[in-house]
Design a protein around this ligand. Sequence first.
Ligand code: 5GP
Length: 211
Amino acid sequence: MTKQRGLLVILSGPSGVGKGTVRAAVFKQEDCEYVYSVSATTRSARPGEIDGKDYFFVKREEFESLIANQALLEYAEYVGNYYGTPLDNIEKNLAEGYDVFLEIEVQGASKVRQRMPEGIFIFLAPPSLNELETRLVDRGTDSKEKIAQRMKQAKHEIEMMAEYDYVVVNDQVDNAVRKINAIIECEHLRVSRVIDKIQIGMDQYLNNKGE
Ligand code: 5GP
């Protein structure tokens, strides 16, 4: 029987809300069969980050040639750096039935919504703005000025929640992962996604019976 087309799952939300941590926890699950779409970025690697696994770390000129060659599904300039989703492999993985998982900021998610409205858009929200600021400070990777910039951006980003299909409050990573799994499981059960398969099965049954 033909495999159902994979889902394009877009996990977005303000920077510092824990998208990276939640995504890592999703992919740590033993039975995880999602394919992660590794983004390209012009920012430098943080300690422990691996090129080709966490991001493709590229120079500005390389990124600009990806844009010029239309090799990106979307891209955004965020706090002074480019971030973008390489197009290659996305269509192939979806056609092969793999769920493809993007973790991107909100401007990029809006662009994906325009190009691939059939995607499943999940907004990861902080329990509160105070909590978000604490997480950015605790992460210790950004200067005071960068944090102030990210917080200003976060207020605007939270207002964009209305464009999404689902909201998951990241109170605890385990809870967020459980909810994301549930969303994806339910989306696979939509009548529009399974009706063809069930109808083919019925036709085969009736043919075999000679009816
Ligand atoms: P960070 O520098 O903290 O890794 O990422 C900054 C922001 O860029 C985060 O909100 C992250 O989700 C987002 N981001 C990562 N990859 C992409 C991408 O390919 N496209 C867009 N639009 N945003 C991305």
